[in-house]
Design a protein around this ligand. Sequence first.
Ligand SMILES: *[C@@H]1O[C@H](CO)[C@@H](O)[C@H](O)[C@H]1NC(C)=O
Length: 288
Amino acid sequence: MEDIKSESLQEEGVSLLGDEGSPTSLNQELGNRHDSRGSKRNSLLIVLLAISVVANILLLLPRRQSLGLIHRSKYAGLVNDFELPYAWDSDRSNPNDTERNKLWYEDEEADQGIMAVDNDEAISFGLPNSQPWSWDAKVKSIYITNGHHNLHCLRNIYISIDEHERGVPQSLGRHHILHCLGALYDDIKCNADDTPRYTDKHGRKPGEGQIRKCRDWSKLKAFVNEREGCFKYIKHDKEDIRIIERMKYCSNNSPYLPKIRKYFGFSSDWTPWPYVEQDTYLTKEHPS
Ligand SMILES: *[C@@H]1O[C@H](CO)[C@@H](O)[C@H](O)[C@H]1NC(C)=O
């Protein structure tokens, strides 16, 4: 009886290793137990299958995260789920100067990344301290998203190139442009985008039309709008303008408008929008 038991275990051991050439004499000897061994084998297969399924899920999880399919960004919880093809030429490279300039000059997206973040939230995000936000200085601090800062930089570089092209004086300092080039360079390196763009045999327009997964910029905008910073980069060429002049562009229904009107001495019907160009502005005090 003990012998049969040990041989039966051996038989299972053999089949685990995938060797089907088990001694037939044993099968004949244990003929009446064949069915029960068959069902044992089936349960073993089910267990192995279950292990395999779990292992595959475990293997797949980190892989999907590294592909950015599940990974959520740390602050706005953004996911790379927005399909957008690479485009060799875009509206921003439109050869029509009028149409292209309109996009680069009039697009104020770069301004819109300024946020007034609750100090408690900033701490929960693990962010470094930041300067107080003028209209609620004890509660909120000013941050700008890196994405918007990048757009701001790109716009500055565009303006510089356009002014060079038109032969007019540069409105932005060279140091500002160089800062922007360096910042964008570093950001590209930091993101280390590993997407292989396909090529054709002429080597033209690699990646043209190829679908990639992006984060949805409108969701970043929504995140920023919930922390409205009220910034508009007015008079970008004026180095002596006081920053608070650029901080009064809250939405027209902002609870902070009374404070803003009071600070600037505006009448009670003043609203930030529609924007009206100012002739004068508060200037920074220069220490004598
Ligand atoms: C450029 O675009 C403007 C505005 O759409 C249009 O009026 C103008 O004719 C275009 N210029 C050329 C050269 O196509």
